[in-house]
Design a protein around this ligand. Sequence first.
Ligand code: PGA
Length: 242
Amino acid sequence: MGKKLIANLKMNMQIEDIKDYIKNIENYCYGNIDIIICPSYIHIPFFANRQFKLGSQNVSVHEKGAYTGEVSSSQLKEVGVKYCIVGHKELRNNFGDTTDIINSKIKNCFSDRIIPIVCIGEDKQDKLMGSKKQVLRREILDIFKDLNREDMNNLIIAYEPLWAVGSGMMPSSEEISDTIDFIKNLFYSAYKINVDVLYGGSINSKNLHDILSVENCDGFLVGNSSSNIDEMIKIINMINNS
Ligand code: PGA
């Protein structure tokens, strides 16, 4: 299987930008790459039934009911969403997503056959104190503690150091490789599953070259650069030619 490229469009783009974006990206949906685009909720119908796969940037912790402003996993499924980013730094920081909330959101995804892309990563302080692996271990054991093992075969992990998201900073390719190994081994020893692990955080067409050589990395979660058509095309071509 090819590498995954997940585009987190965040709260970018207006309707007039979307047509052009889709037309361009669809021309590049071939080769050894699995492209998953995650637009704003309101733009999801424009991105449905295309050459790429469709993801959401979030899902409600609730199943249905009086939760103004929320969108449930069953509503996402109905409009063709197949993947959902869960536990993103911006939701943890701005909207208080905790380990328990992330755990419930993953359960909702599983119950509607949506593949969660779960973001985990250490913050700057953890990195400086040398406690990155302890933090990742705690997250992995807490978030996934009571999840159905069979469901967990349909799971993607995005290793996104919190200090790297949106900052222009990145770990070295050796560090990324070592951390991905650690995550994969822990998932195997704790849950007996072989999980796909992506890297995310400040990726662009200029620095992608280094990470492309990381063999155990199953793909990339790209934020800010992914809403720029030229950047996306460069990134897709680089992955396809790697
Ligand atoms: P970034 O964001 O590429 O802008 O750092 C990553 C993300 O949103 O997951």
